[in-house]
Ligand binder design. Structure first.
Ligand SMILES: [Zn+2]
Ligand SMILES: [Zn+2]
Length: 300
């Protein structure tokens, strides 16, 4: 974390830098559009939708979206991966997304926390490869926020978690492969609205590869941002990843991007809204402002 330190002049609105990182101001606080609860397959016993809502209320967040993981360990007949000869990742564990249980839990939380806008959602993993399976789940309920994510890449005929690949491929080559897959996802799927954690493997960047520098991948970032902007979609500022720079957010605007989402990617209630003050300062410095409604995306 913190591989992109920002200087005081980059902080934008005065005051953001003075607050603890996870306690935003009481106005212009972004909604958290990327939170996981007990309904995601990779959360532990302490994950709780109700506790995450309580945390959001405590922080003064206007809204929270529970974007549970939608990953598949097998393919169906309408999934493009079926024709590739690539085997899905089998590491996710056998916990399919229980949509009806999830939706009734959301309703209970909406009753319990009336001041908080609670949005439904899903984080579709590799939706360009699992188009049919993902669409079938998403059509079984109403989902307000759908994120698109690349977590795995093909390697030796199988989808492998990007973190594991960083241990067996040169980091910069893996990163370029990752960005190419993100472009393929954007161009190959209209199932999602928000691109989640656009440089995900950066979270696990090996020390031996030297300091991670966005400029080393500017061309690849811009290709991702251009594809996303041309389809009118939304970039996420993910605060579980090392925070992107103001420069990168300016690349987003230069490539035509107009909407920015904030996501903590919390898998525990205590991480909801984490580092949002700092993230809001970065967005502000790059020219993004709160949308018309407090639960909406920021606009630039
Ligand atoms: Zn993710
Ligand atoms: Zn996530």
């Amino acid at each position: 974390m913190g591989s992109n330190p920002i200087g005081p002049t980059d902080r934008g609105r005065a005051g953001y830098g003075a607050r603890p990182a996870d306690v935003p101001a009481d106005h212009d606080v972004p909604a958290d559009h990327h939170v996981h609860s007990q309904w995601s397959h990779d959360t532990g016993p302490r994950a709780s939708m109700a506790a995450a809502c309580a945390r959001a209320v405590g922080l003064g967040l206007p809204a929270v979206a529970f974007t549970e993981h939608l990953d598949f360990t097998d393919w169906g007949p309408d999934d493009p991966i079926a024709g590739t000869g690539i085997t899905p990742n089998d590491q996710w564990g056998p916990r399919p997304f229980d949509v009806s249980g999830y939706l009734s839990c959301l309703d209970e939380c909406r009753d319990r926390f009336p001041s908080l806008r609670i949005l439904s959602g899903a984080e579709a993993g590799e939706p360009h490869l699992f188009a049919g399976s993902a669409a079938a789940v998403l059509s079984s309920g109403r989902f307000d926020r759908i994120l698109g994510s690349v977590h795995t890449l093909p390697s030796r005929g199988r989808l492998v978690y990007a973190r594991a690949l960083l241990r067996r491929e040169p980091a910069d080559a893996l990163m370029r492969r990752y960005f190419a897959e993100v472009v393929a996802m954007i161009e190959g799927s209209d199932l999602f609205e928000v691109l989640a954690h656009l440089d995900y493997p950066r979270r696990y960047w090996p020390e031996a590869a030297g300091r991670y520098q966005e400029q080393d991948f500017e061309e690849e970032y811009r290709a991702v941002l251009r594809a996303l902007a041309s389809s009118g979609r939304v970039l996420e500022l993910n605060t579980a990843s090392p925070l992107v720079s103001v420069s990168l957010l300016r690349w987003w605007r230069e490539e035509g991007g107009r909407a920015l989402s904030f996501g903590s990617d919390a898998h525990l209630p205590g991480h909801v809204g984490e580092r949002f003050a700092e993230a809001a300062g970065l967005a502000d410095a790059a020219g993004f402002r709160p949308g018309r409604d407090p639960f909406d995306f920021w606009r630039g």
